[in-house]
Design a protein around this ligand. Structure first.
Ligand code: AMP
Length: 603
């Protein structure tokens, strides 16, 4: 497929504000593409040249892209920047210049993909110049509409608002004429987190191709998610005679991959590269640590990587745990605000010394060459205990009690709270590991400010109201937030938040707003109200509210009959989730419905 054809589709996708149309347009695009291009197209429509979890970045700032545009069309960088300021968008500026230039070739999707990948791979001395000239050459060989979109890829501003579920629906539709294979596609995606790879297997080998997709050490598994229940009695009813309970640590989730049989896992950052002082030798590349959000964080946690190599008794493993700043002398857990300081990309040494992490392992998914996700919780726990010893210092094992009554839940919950933890995780004993899935195999019990067993809501930032009076100073007077409807893959509004943020938090929202601002309401957002400006749904905020109510202005769980949706009463910000959750991992409409029902059950 010529890239110009793909650019036509970009135009169509950009023009629609309805999700079903996105699915339709995408499925036509997939149907028209060659099998071998499907994967590349999956990455390119999300503005990437690799799956999300791979740290493959083009490494070009806006000014470098401006230089490439100047070079392609014999202009000066200042001329490009002037045009950019005038038109307000670098894509439009490049398109204008390209119009008076005859393209010297007509590149294919694979050519452009290959060129962009080459830019990403360029490093070291002289790479800035090389990146600029490679991009300039790509631009010269493309028509003006293609150019408009391509220049947005290096700077991360190609925003078509296409989520994974939309892509998966479109893949099924393109191949079979309906969406029925979406769950099968999703299953394979959950195991590898690589939609391009899964799409290509599917297009080349059909449904059978998907069945061969297995867990791979080095490719993150989409994590299992927890549900919630209103009280311990309900949990006992749901879980049956016996169930497991573990402390819920308030740190960040890590997925640890270890393969001692390789010199280095493919593509990723070796610990030693970023930590020159550390002498781990070739071993350092045998470990990879992914965040909850599947980001490769290995370089930020050299102490954990070292702990894995020293303490974990396995040849190859994929396991999960919660990393938390921990004082081994006093056996004290540090609060989330402290732990989160470790999620950084600079001054790693210093922070690691000041705030050493311990990882409390709570699950194991893969062991010595075998995918063990289909084994039960009981069986997996046994294997985990074999691999992670009780005497470990860094990679520790989470406490795990098999209990059976509401009273035992309360006792353990109170213990966990007095240890400074967040609450409990209750786990079903006969359940497999559900990659990427919510379900009642895991139930979380958290402490809310009232001390009650209620819970907070994870909302997605959808829009911003610019401030009045004192707030103009921050650029933000209020926030419009929503929750996720996983049936329709849409974000539905649930609340406006105007109070309860500190000055610093308002400033932070302003910074986030500047980065995520978009000109129009994103296609996947369902709203009856208009903020001052919309943002790309990416940032997840944990919100506490007094009550869930019904309101005619919010679209969350919209009920046609009553003309109302759900809303939060007296919402306040608990914390920024610091990118440990993707927008699609926010609280769902279904979960909120249950919270609402439980609230009335109590009254
Ligand atoms: P939440 O983020 O509130 O939806 O709660 C789920 C998160 O709790 C998981 O993603 C983990 O990061 C964290 N967690 C803490 N302790 C445990 C545990 N023992 N088992 C499973 N998850 C845990």
């Amino acid at each position: 497929m010529k890239f110009a054809k793909l650019a036509d589709y970009y135009e169509k996708l950009e023009a629609t504000s309805k999700r079903l149309e996105l699915v339709d347009i995408l499925s036509k695009l997939f149907a028209e593409a060659e099998n071998a291009e499907i994967g590349k197209i999956c990455y390119l429509i999300q503005g990437r040249v690799a799956p999300f979890y791979m740290p493959v970045e083009l490494g070009m700032a806006e000014s470098m892209v401006a230089q490439a545009i100047a070079k392609a069309y014999d202009k000066t960088k200042d001329e490009v920047i002037k045009s950019y300021r005038h038109l307000g968008n670098i894509g439009l500026a490049a398109q204008e210049l390209a119009k008076s230039h005859k393209a010297s070739a007509n590149l294919s999707v694979s050519d452009v993909f290959g060129g962009l990948r080459k830019i990403a791979d360029l490093g070291g001395e002289g790479s800035v110049e090389k990146k600029i000239s490679t991009l300039a050459q790509i631009l010269k060989d493309l028509d003006s509409v293609s150019v408009k979109h391509v220049v947005n890829i290096p700077i991360g501003t190609l925003r078509l608002g296409i989520g994974d579920p939309t892509v998966m629906d479109a893949l099924s539709l393109a191949k079979t004429g309906d969406k029925k294979l979406r769950p099968v596609i999703e299953d394979a995606y959950n195991k590898t987190s690589d939609l391009g790879y899964v799409a290509e297997e599917f297009f080349k080998h059909g449904e059978k191709g998907l069945e061969t997709v297995k867990l791979i050490v080095g490719k993150p598994v989409r994590p299992a998610l927890a549900e919630r229940m209103p009280n311990a009695d309900e949990v006992v009813k749901r879980m049956g005679d016996k169930f497991a309970a573990e402390p819920k640590f308030d740190g960040f989730r890590v997925q640890i991959h270890l393969d001692r049989s390789v010199k280095a896992m493919p593509l990723g950052t070796a610990v030693s590269e970023l930590r020159p002082g550390l002498k781990l030798g070739a071993d350092s590349q045998q470990v990879k640590i992914f965040s909850r959000n599947l980001e490769d964080m290995t370089h930020s946690f050299p102490d954990l990587a070292e702990g894995v190599l020293k303490e974990v008794k396995a040849k190859s493993v994929i396991m999960e745990g919660e990393a938390i700043a921990y004082n081994p002398q006093t056996e004290e857990f540090l609060p989330f605000q402290e732990t989160t300081k470790r999620r950084r990309k600079y001054k790693i040494e210093e922070t690691a010394k000041a705030l050493p992490l311990a990882c409390f392992a709570f699950d194991i998914l893969y062991l010595d060459g075998k995918d063990i996700t289909s084994k039960t919780e009981v069986e997996r726990r046994k294997l985990l205990e074999r691999v992670v010893s009780k005497n470990n210092q860094v990679i520790r094992i989470a406490e795990h009690r098999v209990i059976s009554t509401a009273k035992q839940i309360h006792e353990f919950f109170n213990e966990a709270i007095s240890d400074g933890l967040e609450g409990l995780m209750i786990k079903k004993l006969d359940s497999p590991y559900k990659a990427g899935g919510r379900g009642f195999h895991w139930i979380k019990f958290k402490r809310a400010s009232s001390g009650d067993l209620t819970d907070t809501v994870d909302c997605v930032l959808l829009g911003i109201y610019t401030g009045r009076g004192k707030r103009t100073e921050f650029g933000v007077g209020g926030l419009l937030v929503g929750i996720y409807n996983d049936k329709t893959d849409e974000f539905e509004t649930i609340s406006r938040i105007g109070t309860g943020l500190t000055d610093e938090e308002f400033r932070k929202v302003n910074e986030i707003g500047k980065q995520l601002r978009v000109e129009h309401k994103p296609a996947r957002v369902k709203s009856k109200i208009e903020p001052s400006y919309w943002v790309e749904p990416e940032e997840v905020l944990e919100i506490y509210a007094d009550e869930i109510t019904k309101s005619p202005i919010h679209t969350a769980g919209w009920d046609e009959k009553t003309g109302t949706g759900y809303a939060l009463r007296f919402p306040r910000l608990v914390k920024f989730r610091e990118k440990d959750k993707r927008a699609e991992d926010a609280t769902t409409v279904e979960e909120l419905k249950r919270l609402f029902a439980n609230q009335y059950g109590k009254k």
